[in-house]
Design a protein around this ligand. Sequence first.
Ligand code: 0L1
Ligand code: MG
Length: 301
Amino acid sequence: MRARESADMADSTTAYGTREPGRQPEGGWTIETVAAELLRCEDERIERPPFTDEWADLDLDTGYAIQDLNLTKRLERGEKLIGVKLGLTSRAKQQRMGVHFPFVAWLTDAMILPVGDPVPQGRLIHPRIEPEIVFVMGDRLEGPGVTAAQAMAAVETVWGGAEVIDSRYKDFRFKAGDVSADNASSGAFVTGPIGLPPAELDLATEAVLVEVDGVIVDSATGAAVQGHPGEALALAANDLARRGHAIEAGWIVLTGGMTDAVFSPPGSSVAMHFTSLGSVFLARGADPDDTAPNSPAGQGS
Ligand code: 0L1
Ligand code: MG
């Protein structure tokens, strides 16, 4: 075998630089190698088995360390930190995903989906959509010990939103450490047309109807999110304090999926209709990348 062929073969069996999931490095996975593998899977649209299959000690806090390392890498490549998102704040989401406590992840400007755009199928692996109550912060909020009332006092405006989640794990199969490392399945998000001061809303009874291709498939109220989305915001502030961070004025906070997320195959049309916060549309749209080789459409699945 010539040297170049030998090098090519070595490349195709190392953890990085292929369109295959990376293999466990000799000596086992580490914070650094999991972080690099997750960002590569995100950039190259590769789904992989959860790391906890091979690294049983990958717990929530180790996942957070991986998440934070990848935030640093996102910022180094020019993304801006614009807020946080909560994951698994509703029973519907916890039951579906099999992880029974909420956690926090980062939002950057690269995750903003322009209003009116379809689901960005071409850059995601297997997107699913979920309705969210979204806060824009008026004041800084720093834990520990933040209550829901204190959290709500720091909110400037409340919006309806839709989060397009996308796991780097095959079939969205993961444990808490996997999904916190994977930035809580971040993909993209869009907010609706109406932002209201919190005093003008009863957030526990604010309802949403989830519509897919003209059919209402799910519904919930704000109470699904920890009893009140303000509880989720307080939880985020207190959890971030443990990690040495505060929620800054001007940040966006996604408080977590109110219902289970709906699958959105290419060409489908999803809308979230809120009682007071208007409707968010992820309209059917031609996405030239729908048939990219590694997309579900391209694989015929
Ligand atoms: O993939 C997932 O469902 C985990 C992220 C949860 C996002 C959310 O609950 O809003
Ligand atoms: Mg969400």
